[in-house]
Design a binder for this molecule. Structure first.
Ligand code: ZN
Length: 279
């Protein structure tokens, strides 16, 4: 931190909290380090249990200011339980997505995705399926993003804006309550979308995304057919699969191998366009 504006003590004061505990109360940078001087502070033994490290600045006099921060693991070592990002020999990115979770298959999917290094993927989940299963959401977050598929799995084609908003805001809350970031992408159940749905989603900060390729896993497609459907993906495109389909689970190793052979890598979904982009 540095005081690069004020030239006297008492002109700026703020609190810095880590994980909702005040670690630096009423800090006055000029009093600590003078004008254009630097002030550093180290906080140890912070335990994050919800997947998000919260660093909060509370202004008391003038605006709070933080120039930068570094985060280290407790033992100074890299956490290798999370897969490394793909090497950058990617000629394009595709959106690997799984709907309708969490289910009893979540851990099997997460383990298979890690083993095949098919990461990151995007899970479109229903709050009605989360219930108390916050562990499933946390597991999903180790291999990608958790996004919205509506609270219930309802076709919203005839819904009013208020009804759509109710479904989506409840689902956002369920996802956040389970420890995931606020969703930015929404896939309507059954792909049913109209202007009412799109606008209500947009008002909640959600871009509406369907798919470019339907794997047909929900319709009994074989593992080989699911692999073939993934083989049709082009740069930026998104495929529909389901987290409660055993054949899509079986398809993971071959999907990963085929994408690699085509120079394509799994990407994240851009929060503005819904297209697959570099993670
Ligand atoms: Zn669905």
């Amino acid at each position: 931190m540095a005081e690069i504006y004020n030239t006297a003590a008492g002109a700026r004061s703020f609190n810095v909290s880590i994980e909702n505990k005040v670690e630096l109360p009423e800090i006055d940078l000029f009093a600590q380090a003078g004008h254009d001087g630097f002030f550093t502070h180290r906080v140890e033994n912070i335990r994050v249990t919800d997947g998000t490290l919260n660093i909060t600045l509370q202004s008391l006099v003038d605006n709070a200011t933080l120039a930068g921060f570094e985060i280290y693991s407790a033992d100074g070592k890299l956490d290798t339980s999370v897969p490394e990002p793909q090497p950058n020999n990617c000629s394009g990115y595709v959106g690997i997505t799984y709907d309708d979770g969490p289910s009893g298959n979540t851990n099997a999917f997460v383990n298979a995705l890690k083993s095949a290094n098919l990461v990151p993927v995007t899970f479109f989940v229903n709050g009605s399926n989360i219930g108390n299963n916050t562990a499933a959401i946390k597991a999903m977050l180790t291999v990608g993003a958790v996004e919205s598929h509506g609270f219930n799995h309802n076709d919203m084609g005839s819904y009013s804006a208020a009804q759509v908003t109710d479904q989506l805001s409840r689902n956002n809350q369920a996802i956040q309550n389970a420890g995931a970031p606020k969703p930015t992408v929404f896939r309507p159940p059954y792909g049913t979308v109209n202007n009412t749905v799109r606008q209500a989603a947009s008002a909640l900060g959600l871009v509406t995304v369907t798919w470019d390729v339907d794997s047909q896993d929900w319709n009994g497609a074989s593992t080989a057919n699911i692999v073939a459907a993934n083989g049709r993906l082009q740069n930026g495109q998104v495929i529909l699969m389901h987290e409660n389909q055993a054949n899509s689970l079986s398809a993971i190793p071959q999907i990963a191998a085929n994408l690699k052979s085509r120079g394509l890598c799994p990407g994240k979904l851009d929060p503005n366009t819904g297209r697959a982009v570099a993670p």
